[in-house]
Design a protein around this ligand. Structure first.
Ligand code: NAP
Length: 246
């Protein structure tokens, strides 16, 4: 479904981003895999993708740093023959109730989850616009749709990402570039493994399908949104949450 395309994926070293990179490669895409701190995991991912016969290169980049993003996207452009797909997946949580949430906890989460996506879009926007083709996929969250106690910073960032998605979708629709958001519910990755056992069980019980999602549940939708099959879908937010937010 993605033969001949090049995809840039942020947060590709672990979890959902890693699975998206693997699935995209299995569908024929070449991959620019952006990681931040997990160099070894990124290198292992690249080995796996090379074994699938696809071109892949790892790039260390903190997406919250504008200069770092500019430099990285420049390198990707010279290493690959154009960019067709951008997946803004990099994300962090610093969970606390509002009275305990320091200003720096709020800012750091906004800077990585929301501003990071803005930086990546800003730096690739004209490439897509000039090419009159492209796919932008932002990984938002159920928390951005319905809020989440202890996650005022994260929910704000993920809700902001939905506004960013719709604005970019409107700006680029006439250029045949789509921009959509995925809102995962509770997915089994390192991010959710930090939760204590009781909280996890409570959350699982609240999910109509009574189980956490897997990274591949999200990655399968990303493949569709990145492919030609989704060409008339833009500005959409699609939940992958086992019915949690319906
Ligand atoms: P994860 O396993 O913790 O992985 C997070 C990824 O983001 C890692 O690859 C990490 O790279 C990267 N990252 C963190 N800070 C970065 C930065 N400043 N610059 C570049 N990359 C950075 O998380 P996940 O569960 O796969 O989550 C992936 C996305 O899905 C996130 O946006 C998250 O908010 C969203 N999401 C997750 C869930 C869930 O239940 N898991 C639910 C809804 C939405 P390094 O390890 O290399 O530093």
């Amino acid at each position: 479904m993605l033969k001949g395309k090049t995809a840039v994926i942020t947060g590709a070293s672990r979890g959902i981003g890693r699975e998206i990179a693997l699935r995209f490669a299995a569908h024929g895409a070449d991959i620019a895999a952006i990681y931040c701190g997990s160099r070894q995991a990124a290198e292992e991912l690249c080995e796996q993708i090379r074994a699938l016969g696809r071109k892949v290169l790892p790039y260390q980049c903190d997406v919250s740093d504008w200069e770092n993003v500019k430099e990285t996207v420049g390198k990707i452009q010279s290493d690959f023959d154009g960019i067709d797909i951008l997946v803004n997946n990099a994300g962090i949580t610093i969970d606390r109730l509002v009275p305990q949430m320091k200003e720096e906890d709020f800012e750091r989460v906004l800077n990585v989850n929301l501003k990071g996506a803005f930086h990546m879009i800003r730096q690739t926007y004209m490439l897509f616009a000039r090419k009159r083709a492209g796919r932008i996929i932002n990984i938002s969250s159920a928390s951005g749709l319905v809020g989440s106690a202890g996650q005022a910073n994260y929910s704000s960032a993920k809700a902001g990402l939905i506004g960013l998605t719709k604005s970019v979708a409107r700006e680029l629709a006439g250029r045949n570039v789509t921009c959509n958001a995925i809102a995962p519910g509770l997915i089994d990755t390192a991010m959710t493994r930090e939760m204590n056992g009781q909280a996890r069980e409570r959350m699982e019980n609240a999910i109509p399908m009574k189980r956490m999602g897997k990274p591949e549940d999200v990655a399968n939708l990303a493949v569709f949104l990145a492919s030609d099959l989704s060409g008339y879908i833009t500005g959409e937010v699609i939940r992958v949450d086992g019915g949690l937010c319906m």
